[in-house]
Design a binder for this molecule. Structure first.
Ligand SMILES: NC(=O)c1ccc[n+]([C@@H]2O[C@H](COP(=O)([O-])OP(=O)(O)OC[C@H]3O[C@@H](n4cnc5c(N)ncnc54)[C@H](O)[C@@H]3O)[C@@H](O)[C@H]2O)c1
Length: 365
């Protein structure tokens, strides 16, 4: 804890995502950045200046940051291949962990993370599958729990958007740093799909995935574009991803159930983006919950409903995820996206990778 009883934060990697999250921490009344570590000292100092933070916060040595008793939690926004080793070191030093996705690029590090998290239940861990913080996603899960769609039989969630690889972002082309294909955005689609299906009391049992072997724009890792998931009640899910041939940002959802359905299309204008029908709440008719002219008042969604429709992290729900993580520390409660609680997403990612590499259906443990 800091002298003013705030949660002391050691921050790693003030890049594109990192500076956005740092800004959200600065805005939070219970968090304080105690130290910033990253490889490029020059860039770190520039970020500290831009954020109005003291130059004294720069910490050249990560282990020195972990030795600092004022650091309660570590935020990891470094490139993907560092997430595993840096989170393991932080948990060994008894620090709470906010980890950017993917949680690890190595299966053995992922297993170590889980073992450590299990053996240190007092530590709050969190993987930033932040699409779950759009209020649309929360509302969909509530509707699913309320049986408004009945049994979901088919579901599709896309995650397509181009990755910025210009300048110092070119590390994203290199497989040794980017990790395998599953470290790319499609893991977000898997995460929200599993949360929706979990609300429908359904678990994944197997996966079949394919990837495009022609690397585009020089990605050393061929991205996984198509994932088909089978659930234990016979339902099927599709996740489509793309990092190059995307026309803007696409997080399309299509949910089809025995009692209703929902379509979200991020490309459409706001009143048309979401439509749903339910035998329980709309008399089986399609309604547009963001448009008062095409929706009865009782099923209208609030005006401030947020939807995932931008690839720009500044427009993502970064405030909500930072608040959630810090609240979990304050209240001493595990996050629904802790290493353990989000393990189903990571496991599905590893299984999809195995399937894409082998051409075989892979069963989920
Ligand atoms: N959850 C999301 O929606 C989302 C969105 C964007 C990025 N991300 C994740 O955030 C992470 C960073 O991505 P970005 O786009 O901000 O990249 P970036 O290149 O802009 O930033 C990476 C930062 O890490 C620093 N760095 C490099 N090597 C390091 C090391 N070994 N130790 C410590 N710091 C190091 C760099 O100096 C830079 O500040 C990635 O893992 C990415 O997957 C997540």
């Amino acid at each position: 804890m800091t002298s003013n009883s705030k949660i002391g934060i050691g921050f790693i990697g003030a890049g594109w995502m990192g500076t956005t999250l740092m800004q959200r921490i600065i805005e939070h009344q219970n968090g304080e950045i105690i130290a910033l570590h990253q490889r490029s000292e020059k860039n770190a100092r520039e970020s500290l200046l831009n954020l109005g933070l003291s130059q004294e916060l720069y910490c050249k040595d990560y282990s020195e940051m972990l030795d600092n008793p004022k650091v309660d939690a570590v935020f990891l926004c470094s490139p993907n291949s560092s997430h595993g080793p840096q989170s393991i070191a932080a948990m060994n030093a008894n620090k709470h962990i906010f980890c950017e996705k993917p949680c690890s690029t190595s299966y053995s590090d992922y297993q170590k993370q889980l073992e450590l998290a299990k053996s240190k239940p007092h530590l709050i861990t969190y993987v930033n599958y932040l699409m779950n913080f759009d209020s649309m996603e929360k509302r969909i899960c509530e509707m699913v729990k309320d049986q408004q769609f009945g049994k979901i039989t088919q579901i599709q969630v896309n995650y397509r958007h181009p990755i910025n690889i210009s300048g110092n972002k070119s590390w994203k082309l290199r497989s040794e740093i980017m990790g395998d294909a599953i470290g790319m955005g499609i893991i977000h689609a898997i995460s929200v799909m599993l949360n929706i299906m979990d609300a429908n009391n359904t678990k994944p049992v197997s996966v079949y995935a394919t990837k495009n072997e022609d690397s585009t724009r020089g990605f050393e890792t061929a991205p996984i574009y198509n994932i088909m998931i089978n659930f234990n009640n016979g339902a099927a899910g599709f996740c489509f991803g793309n990092v190059d041939l995307a026309n803007g940002y696409d997080a399309y959802h299509n949910i089809h159930g025995t009692e209703g359905g929902l379509i979200f299309d991020s490309y459409l204008d706001r009143p048309n983006k979401i439509r749903f029908w339910s035998n329980k709440t709309t008399d089986g008719k399609w309604i547009y919950p963001l448009d008062p002219t095409r929706c009865p008042t009782e099923t209208l969604w609030p005006k401030d409903t947020t939807t995932p429709d931008s690839g720009d992290v500044v427009k993502h729900q970064t405030g909500a995820c930072v608040n959630h993580f810090l609240d979990c520390i304050i209240e001493g409660k595990a996050s629904f996206l802790s290493f353990e609680n989000s393990a189903s997403t990571a496991e599905l990612g590893w299984a999809a990778l195995k399937s894409a590499n082998s051409g075989q259906v892979v069963r989920i443990k």
